[in-house]
Design a protein around this ligand. Structure first.
Ligand code: MN
Length: 220
């Protein structure tokens, strides 16, 4: 017996996907990007931003269909395959948010310091014989989102597993490292790296507006 596949809803435009992100922010008050149109890149972007808001967390963002699908991970990622980290899905973010590092003003949505903790690209990590982007879409829809990271600090195979759909609240997922060469049982990667992968700054230095330490930025 053949099952009828569910009828796909018409795809949302990036602008429609970003409506909630924009509604929550006053772009005359915060330096965060509004998010504009972007040409399709060959590789999909990946970033983790460490965010000292009312509660410290790590925002995992994975590009899909013109936006960054986003999860707030309170404890951050773990390289230990035995560790499952809660990941609360939040609103889609614009792709140009990936380079945002700085301080969101107090009293604004997400007020606090943001550090680019890791960045790079990612790809479909499933084994199904489908188009890789279609594989990502299906994985996301099914709540079994397998991906391979190619970041500076995180690499290898990971999965996000949805545990609660969460309507009207946000969906909850678990972020889990698969067993592979990049797995490190017992390690605490978020403790290991305390500086920005983009500018070399600590959270305190970002908050104080200190100049980037990277070679690109010159002296420091
Ligand atoms: Mn956040």
């Amino acid at each position: 017996m053949k099952e009828e596949p569910p009828k796909p809803a018409p795809p949302l435009t990036a602008s429609q996907r970003l409506a909630e992100y924009r509604r929550k922010r006053d772009f005359t008050r915060t330096a965060e990007p509004r998010g504009g149109p972007r040409k399709a890149a060959r590789k999909l972007a990946y970033v983790i931003q460490k965010h000292a808001a009312s509660h410290l967390h790590y925002d995992l963002r994975l590009e899909l269909d013109g936006v960054m699908k986003s999860w707030a991970v309170p404890k951050g990622p773990s390289l230990d395959p035995a560790v499952k980290r809660l990941a609360m899905e939040v609103e889609d973010h614009p792709i140009d948010y990936n380079t945002f590092e700085g301080t969101i003003p107090k009293g604004e949505y997400g007020g606090g310091t943001v550090m680019v903790w890791d960045r790079g690209t990612y790809r479909y990590g499933g084994v199904d014989d489908v188009d890789p982007v279609e594989g990502l879409r299906r994985g996301y829809t099914k709540g079994d989102f397998k991906f391979e990271l190619d970041g500076k600090r995180l690499t290898g195979s990971w999965v996000l597993v949805r545990t609660r759909r969460g309507e009207p609240k946000r969906a909850q997922w678990l972020l889990i490292k698969h067993r592979d060469a990049a797995a490190e049982p017992g390690s605490e990667v978020v403790e290991e790296y305390q500086t920005s992968v983009a500018t070399g700054r600590t959270m305190d230095e970002i908050a104080a507006g200190r100049k980037p330490r990277t070679r690109k930025a010159g002296r420091s």
